[in-house]
Design a binder for this molecule. Structure first.
Ligand code: PEP
Ligand code: MG
Length: 841
């Protein structure tokens, strides 16, 4: 027999409902009914762990029907499914039925032998009798007749499917690189709000999560919608079609997150971190000092409000409204100031904070609690912790770290309730004397508010390296060390020193260690000065070997930065990122214009244009792509155009036309076989055939070596080419069978792994005669590794624009012979860690 679980905010309510159901069933033959209700006998609330326990206790193998009251009960029940055994979770049905009527109906049906589906259907019809009797419908439908009422009842049985005749549905895909996290979700909510007469709900077709309210940023963010997922958006009400049009346009534009974030997905991707470390390689401007020493200081924590005197629900609602208004004013001010003083992209995070203030998942639940007599601070604290738990439960590390934004908004409200103002302009938080800020986690507001002159660095006890706060602080040039648990107990005034390139943290250093850190800072400052002075010059080893250090580009803006950094051209233009914010494919003329713009910013320097690299982690809004079980092993790069090469041939035409005026290379990504090289060359000939003078002589042709098979067969693949360029990001993931974006596989995704180095060496020694070997993955942006790479035989590096000066500087300090010796020792190492140790010596 099926089991039933009752989830309610109130223990008393659940007990009474179960007792009522007991009146209608035969105690000897009734189903097992378990209760997960209230935080204790008196305190309202729901607890996912308790729900999970109740599900386990009610499960006899025939399935469990979960009935619940409102709001966070739904969230807790959904979260509980993550905690129970997946086999059990598969036979659990969370019902949208009304609690009391549904419980009675289901218990009676189960006692009569109904299976899970039948009992669930019975529960979901629980309101039918009452509604027929009273002649009322359920929910707001346009046409209040018996027919729509039946529709509504049907809707309840099929959540997310039938939402009444007036509902219109659209499927969109998520192309934003980090999925539908807070910022894109905020844009979604803003768009929904722009259509006031329309109700919208969203479901993640990939995970089955939802449908959730389209006005709720938090609910949307917790759909766990990741890049490549398909969403079903339903809308109803006057103007539903227009709302769907606007929402699909928004989805096509990557929810406004595509261009900037895509530019960071690969070479400039934010670092992942292990406790107490921030990897140094290729992350942000490597001429930042990335180290600090000074006395620790902390900011005042959010007020406890122990002396808060709660009024009646009316007073508390008023207090909450005032706090909301104050928080809104502060955030608007902060947004505007951050835009002016730091940048528009960084300021956008405060849009998400503003949207959270209006989020029904926060606002409605808080108001509900206020009506129940809970004080405003307690209501805010409780709901923030529910929402925070939602984020913590997400699988994607980037999305999980958005939970810090929820806490930040919560703290702001608590300060407002305490009558305190939160600082609301950048650089408005100044310690009494220069020092190192120690925080549990760095929220974006604090990251812009600390004065970068008096704050020498930031230590975070928890939180990873991709939180908005950490990204913002790094954008301001502040040294940050994340996950430094040892700093948790550091008292104000205690001197701390850290080096985020190595992850070293010293608390209360002795005199020699202090001197060591002072010296390190002095050296880095000198090195920065030196490398910027010589950035425009060629990098030549001490024994006279010149190495080209180019820049990877994903936008025209980056080309300007590359020019300032002294890049010797571009070894990789990621065209899928350059045009990734387009809903429609750019025409040949538009592509020519963009390539020429870049060429003019880097005059006379060779540009390597990579053809569309789609698939895996790179969707392209204007390229239809099937859903694949293993996208990284699927239709990636050149494979995606075998069936229909039109987009590719158009792009090759643009490249050929620009190559008549500017020094250009064309590069094909994800090539695996000789046959693919032949096919790509044939497409190039096809495109060149559209030009009166055919393929320009000066156009050099190459492929990326990112697949182990290509590295192992470098000679055969390169026979007809001018160059190859190693994509160490993908090569590493394929050699080590470790997804490049996975935070869980951190130790396994290091491109310093000796096996990866071995394949790089094999490529260098294996290519056909006269073929040049470059490298354009993240490895080239790490100055230490860059030296090792030239020792392995790479002659042309392409790094992030910001790291070009540091890479050049490192090359100038060694001879090729020393680099070769280093490479030989690295190839003998047993692990990436051992290689990194060699680089430190
Ligand atoms: C690589 O794989 O190393 C590379 C440069 O390509 P992307 O990072 O764009 O996949
Ligand atoms: Mg790649």
């Amino acid at each position: 027999m099926i089991g039933i679980v009752v989830v309610s905010h109130s223990r008393a309510l659940a007990d009474a409902a179960v007792a009522l159901a007991g009146e209608m069933t035969d105690p000897a033959n009734g189903p097992a009914i378990k209760i997960a209700a209230g935080l204790d006998a008196e305190t309202f609330g729901t607890d996912a762990a308790e729900v999970a326990e109740a599900i386990g206790a009610a499960d006899s193998g025939d399935g469990v029907l979960v009935l619940l009251d409102l709001g966070s009960a739904v969230l807790s029940a959904e979260m509980a499914l993550e905690f129970v055994d997946p086999d059990v979770a598969r036979r659990v049905r969370i019902s949208s039925a009304p609690l009391v009527e549904g419980l009675v109906g289901a218990a009676v049906a189960a006692g009569a032998g109904a299976d899970l589906e039948e009992a669930a259907a019975e529960a979901e019809q629980g309101l039918m009798a009452k509604s027929h009797h009273l002649g009322t419908g359920q929910g707001a439908v346009a046409d209040e007749t018996a027919k729509p009422r039946q529709k509504d009842e049907q809707d309840q049985r099929n959540p997310g499917k039938n939402w009444g005749e007036t509902a219109v549905t659209r499927e969109v895909s998520v192309s934003a690189p980090h999925g539908l996290h807070a910022r894109p979700a905020a844009r979604f909510v803003q768009e929904v709000a722009a259509h006031p007469g329309v109700q919208v709900r969203v479901r993640n077709l990939e995970t089955g999560r939802g449908p959730v309210d389209g006005r709720s940023l938090t609910a949307i963010a917790t759909l766990d919608a990741r890049q490549g997922h398909r969403l079903e958006i339903q809308a109803r009400g006057a103007g539903a079609e227009e709302a769907l049009d606007a929402l699909s346009d928004l989805a096509d534009s990557g929810f406004g997150d595509l261009a900037p974030a895509r530019a960071t997905t690969a070479a400039t991707a934010p670092p992942r971190t292990s406790p107490g470390t921030v990897p140094s390689s290729g992350t942000g401007p490597t001429y930042a000092l990335e180290a600090a020493i000074g006395p620790a200081y902390r900011l005042d924590p959010a007020p406890e409000l122990q002396d808060y005197t709660a009024g009646d629900p009316g007073d508390e609602t008023e207090a909450y409204d005032r706090a909301l208004a104050q928080a809104r004013r502060e955030l608007e001010q902060l947004r505007a100031d951050t835009e002016t003083r730091v940048g528009g992209a960084q300021a956008a995070v405060f849009d998400a904070h503003l949207a959270m203030l209006d989020d029904p998942a926060l606002d409605e639940q808080v108001r509900l609690a206020l009506l129940e007599g809970v004080s405003a601070p307690d209501a805010v604290r409780a709901q923030v912790s529910v929402l925070r738990a939602q984020f913590e439960g997400l699988t994607d590390v980037y999305q999980r770290e958005r939970g810090a934004d929820v806490s930040s908004v919560g703290d702001r409200l608590l300060r407002a309730l305490a009558g305190e103002a939160s600082p609301s302009s950048p650089a408005s938080v100044t310690p009494e004397r220069p020092g190192i800020l120690v925080v549990h986690e760095l929220d974006p507001a604090t990251a812009v508010q600390v004065d970068a002159v008096t704050t020498l660095g930031v230590l975070t006890v928890a939180g990873g390296a991709t939180g908005h706060g950490v990204l913002l602080a790094r954008a301001r040039g502040l040294p940050v060390l994340t996950g430094a648990r040892a700093a948790d107990t550091v008292e104000d005034g205690t001197v701390v020193a850290f080096d985020s390139r190595t992850g070293r943290l010293v608390i209360d250093p002795d005199e020699p260690t202090r001197e060591e850190f002072e010296a390190l800072l002095g050296e880095r400052a000198d090195a920065r000065r030196r490398m910027l002075e010589h950035a425009d010059e060629l990098a030549v080893t001490t024994d006279g070997h010149a190495v080209l250090v180019k820049a990877n580009l994903a936008s025209v803006a980056e080309a300007a930065l590359a020019a300032d950094s002294g890049a010797d051209g571009s070894g990789l233009i990621r065209t899928e990122a350059l045009f990734g914010d387009r809903a429609q494919a750019p025409s040949v003329a538009e592509q020519i214009a963009a390539f020429e713009q870049i060429a003019e910013l880097l005059p006379g320097r060779t540009l390597t244009i990579r053809t569309w690299d789609v698939g895996g982690d790179k969707p392209l809004p204007f390229h239809a792509h099937p859903i694949e079980a293993n996208p990284f092993l699927g239709l990636r790069g050149i494979r995606a155009f075998r069936e229909d090469p039109r987009l590719l041939v158009d792009q090759l035409e643009a490249i050929c036309r620009v190559a008549r005026e500017h020094p250009l290379r064309v590069m094909f990504p994800m090539v695996t076989t000789v046959e693919e090289v032949d096919w790509a060359l044939a497409r190039l000939d096809e495109a060149a055939g559209r030009l009166p003078d055919g393929r320009p002589d000066a156009l050099e042709v190459g492929i990326m070596i990112e697949v182990p098979a290509a590295a192992l067969r470098a000679e055969a693949l390169s026979a007809l080419l001018d160059f190859v360029s190693i994509g160490s990001n993908d090569l590493t993931q394929y050699v080590l069978a470790a997804e490049r974006g996975s935070a869980l596989l951190e130790g396994l995704t290091d491109h310093a792994d000796p096996t990866v180095l071995q394949l790089i060496r094999d490529t260098c020694t294996g290519v056909a005669e006269g073929v040049e070997v470059g490298l354009c993955g993240d490895a080239a942006s790490d100055p230490g590794l860059a030296v090792l790479l030239i020792g392995l035989g790479v002659t042309d590096l392409s790094a992030t624009a910001a790291s070009v000066p540091a890479v050049k500087d490192a090359i100038r300090t060694v001879s090729l012979v020393d680099a070769q010796d280093l490479a030989a020792r690295a190839l003998q190492a047993d692990s990436a860690a051992e290689v990194r140790e060699l680089l430190r010596r």
